[in-house]
Design a protein around this ligand. Sequence first.
Ligand SMILES: Cc1ncc(COP(=O)(O)O)c(C=O)c1O
Length: 379
Amino acid sequence: MKNYTYFDIAATTPIDSNVLEIMNEVNSNFFGNPSSVHQAGQKSHNLIEKSRRTMADLLGCLPSEIIFTSGGTESNNIALNGILKSGDHFITTSYEHPSILNTAKEIEKRGIDVTYLKPNSEGIITVEELRAKIRENTKLVSIMSLNNELGTLNPIENLSEVCGEFEVCFHTDAVQQIGKRKLGLAETNINLLSIAAHKFYGPKGVGALFIKKGVTLNPIFFGGGQESGYRPGTESVALIAGMTEALKIAMLNLNSNEEHIRKMEKEFFSKINQTSINYRINGGSRLHGFLNITFHDIEGQTLLMNLDMFGFAISFGSACSSGSNKPSNALLEIGMNETDAKKSVRISIGKFIQTENINLLVNAINKIITNHLKKDFNG
Ligand SMILES: Cc1ncc(COP(=O)(O)O)c(C=O)c1O
């Protein structure tokens, strides 16, 4: 796509060219089934185990604490279904990704009591809110580290500590954070953590679940016993190697990427503040480059469609609900009314964005809103 600029890295990221190169090489030369005992199989097996060691080093855990999955949704499902059984109490939040919220709905049907914590008006889950809801039979708490619609960061260190205090298992969906902002497993009391490679310039269809030593899950899939029995099925060696390379690159450049994106965000505000665009930013403590914005003079869906025609990708609500005119669930959960939520979009800035792209985006937004207001005025 020529002259098309992508401002939707929260939905997914383009694959890094180095990752692609490694995946092509692995696809060509590591075709053996990792479970086969012959040399071709062992070659694949060894690459998977090397990837596991590298991933563990980068995340600060043991290789045996990592299992490879097909992505964030599967990791979340394995974690929640693997821990909870009838009679248990489960705490999560009302603004999780659908892979948690819809799993929670299913779990409720099996006799598990679910409490949904509400984020405050800044889009944050507080320690006090969690502490107040823990019961004697609370078995699992699952709180996302970075909200996919608002970009707000939850105090995972403190939230996981509270769970440790009550000896409750703590899971975090860190799909939006890993590879963008450090989340040290060694410094927290996290028992389970979900990852997806396509959010850090890796391939789609691969992820990981960190399962802390000592935590045992009831498997939800049954098969040949791969990935400690939790995710049986022949592994995709290329996807696993690609994810590992993507994480390596992301961690190596974590600070410089964040700094660059912070600068781009600053450029965005400086440019937009020179116009008469009427807007507000939603959510408090955010990751840089993750902008949930209400443009008071235009519907989010209209802005998205027009920007797409101008050659810019942004998002309305979360990727899973785009295409519908449903406003973002996270905005409603932080107390925004439906009218304003429908006027809100998500603009997420990737590491490849430059000042020129920001200037062109703001010019396009300005043009679209000005024309829209003129049309409204002329009836
Ligand atoms: C917070 C969060 N969790 C889970 C997922 C699902 O990940 P995947 O697409 O790899 O299944 C996403 C993807 O949008 C996400 O943003």
